[in-house]
Design a protein around this ligand. Sequence first.
Ligand code: GRG
Length: 288
Amino acid sequence: MNKYIELIDKKLDEYMPVEYPESIFKSMKYTVTLPGKRLRPVMCMEACRIMGGEVEKAIPTACAIEMLHAQSLIHDDLPCMDNDDFRRGKPSNHKVFGEAIAVLAGDALLSFAPQLIIEKSELSPEIILKVLKEFTSSAGVYQLIGGQVADIESEEGRGKLNNSDEETLKFIHTNKTAVLFKLALKTGAIIAGAGDDKIKEMEDFGQKFGLAFQIYDDIMDEISTFEELGKTIGKDKEAGKLTYVTLYGLDKARAKVHELIADAHKIIDKYNSEIFSSILDKIEGKIG
Ligand code: GRG
């Protein structure tokens, strides 16, 4: 896993030179290169490997997905959204570069990332098209943006949604969080040339993992520290946000994560991937 992360970090730095006008390039690069866990690119590369593909071929797509993730973090932290002053242990993008540049950096990453897939991938045009189809639909209104809208509208006093609606919660978690894990896993499989049944298997794994990950993230918001998470904690409760924890409490939330991780194991264990096993173990280990 550390080998993958080193490779991703090296490539992210290489793919993002600072040019004129410097402020926007620096702002884009700032959040992308801060030390995140790199789960999505790692999962893209590992999905490619277990499907019999060449891991190197997945690197531009893996980096593009990390850029899309960083874009969503930059916009999510803005005062008009979750209003977070810290991310990945450092001041949020808009705190360093100002709101206008942070908005534009997010926008720029949104087109920079698919451009990277087109320009840097050594893949057939058919595979690139398939990858781009997944990328653009994941980033769009039917998934990532729609999920974020439902999320902000679930906040007390802000929204139009019924706060006790479990279906709403599943919609939010599927679209704002599971979506990028599914994107990473599916594109890794597509790059390896996997068939539709295997791509669907990766999607199912990403869905189970993504739902577990969002509940884990919400649990950590209650039980962890700023030092560990690198962002302000306790904000969900304060904002009256709809989460599994605010809806059902910590114990049920923990039980749900364990249930989803067990489902994820059932899909992935036959591939004997140490990387996937260690990611699943880490999530369960952190919440107790
Ligand atoms: C304009 C395409 C477009 C999207 C904007 C702002 C937004 C829509 C979506 C926000 C989605 C969001 C922030 C979801 C939270 C997902 C989540 C749990 C993120 C934390 O992921 P980690 O823990 O972060 O993997 P690191 O920093 O480790 O990479």
